[in-house]
Write a protein that binds this ligand. Sequence first.
Ligand code: OTU
Length: 611
Amino acid sequence: MLASLPNDLRPLAAQRLSTAEPVLRRLLAGLYGERADFDTWFGDLMESLGKLYAERPPELRALDIQRAAQPEWFLSQRMLGYCAYVQNFGGSLNGVAERIPYLEELGVSYLHLLPFLRPREGENDGGFAVTSFDEVDPALGTNADLHDLTTRLRAAGISLCSDFILNHVADDNQWALAAKAGDAKARAMFHVFPDRDMPDRHERTLGQVFPQVAPGNFTYVEAMGGWVWTTFYPYQWDMNWSNPDVFAEMAAAMLRLANRGIEVFRLDSTAFLWKREGTNSMNQPEAHQLLQALRAIVDIVAPGVLLKAEAIVPTRELPAYLGSAAAPECHIAYHSSLMAAGWVALAEQNTGVLREVIRNTPPLPSAATWLSYVRCHDDIGWNVLRAEAEVGSAAGAAARLAGAARFFSGAQGSYASGAAFQSTDPNAAHGSNGMAASLTGLQTATNEEERSLALRRMLLLHGLALSFGALPVLYMGDELAMENDYSYLDRPQHAMDSRWLQRPVFDEQRWKHRYDKTSAPGIMYQGLANLIRARRKQDALAANAPRALLADAPDGVLALARGERFLTLMNFTGLPQEYALQGVWSDHAEPGRIEGTITLAPYAMHWLARE
Ligand code: OTU
């Protein structure tokens, strides 16, 4: 690798190689070492890394040095994320750049723009079927626009996060096209089976992501003369990561994007990377080895870059995606269990599942954090909570989670207006969709009282994400109490995928009313801005600061201590709840000292600092 570098870059590169290369070699030998050509392949990989290192722009190399010196920079309570589709938030990359002052006003330091690379022509799962990793979607701008946007974001102290969709590519990606044209090397980059024997054997233990709109995990492709592994939509072809060519190509693609100024990669569908017959082909040990190898590569070539695991999996499977001090993996992992458990607590007016998830969340390894959130562009996946929902449940986890799913689909008596995801069985719980304002009852509110309760529910869930100890990410529109977008029902290609409910276009009117405290957007925006401001001042709310669940709270109340000096009380019920405070406190939202028994109003939250 060093031979590919100009002299001035060699000393630092040599230093990084000394620690990371042995790790990288061990991991890759564990995956591909039985191949006769492993040493040659590994040498070629290191040479390609050297070229990418040499191509890395000086301002990014400077950021690498700065962040390598402060590896816990992203654990600060001043880190705040915001997630949006480019076309919905700004119309284009240049339009997003015009929104930077708004992001700065909110205190955003991390912007996740949903897929903006050239997507498959026609249907492309909201950009999650990538045709090219090397060019921006022409509908959204150019590579030059991306360069300008990252430059302006960096100047504003905002890190750009991009999806890196490494589990699958579009069926019009160059490798898929070459495979269809008969290129054997390209064909070997995918999982292709001549008949249904292996697909049927795999299907015995595989789950289904889109059982309604894309049942099964394999698609017959005439041009391939066989069945291709397609975990998601038929046009999303899973990559064969047991083939080292896939590793080398994808690692290089990611680093080329890093050299374009992307600072965080949301590694999409990481749980699915390694397939194994007789299993659900999720969370396999080799998938973690692959991610640890990508981390070792980042530690060598671009240590200022963060890797974020998108693994919507049971709580007990999550910590592995952060690795350990000895074997670091991703810097950040979605805490999808915490998110879903917050919604269950609202549906049940009981914090049992939420407390169980918090108990099952182990301490973080160093320089790693959770991603906390209320909503995202996807469904609320209920099945990650199977273990926690089983505890103390007479009906059993499945029935209990189905109850939550029914609640958010607006079952009788529910204030929610959401939709089930990929399931018509009211007794099954696959997922639920909807904007936070719609799921918490704002959309159905018919009077001031109902509107106020809905807004409190939204602020409660955001308060959990902001105070838990994580990198919290706001989902575009929630900060303005935007509601569901039903236009997807008029688009036949989207009508079966209710995730499009929560993908509205940014509402300029609500944005203009964000200071109007008589309006829902104003109340939500100001309430959220107050929490963000209060959080920034509290070292106790840094991601890696201590967290303790206080068991002496009523079932409907979550009492979470962050160290000795910060306490958050959240009432997940529609009834007033009492809590006996120990000591003297002050509330960030109101003047004066508070001690003794505090009464929490319905759906109220208090952030208390010890006097
Ligand atoms: C991810 O999906 C993306 O977030 C989705 O938007 C894409 O459709 C999908 O991958 C394919 O790229 O857990 O790990 O439940 O929420 O599949 C994969 C449906 C994921 C998605 C789920 C999610």
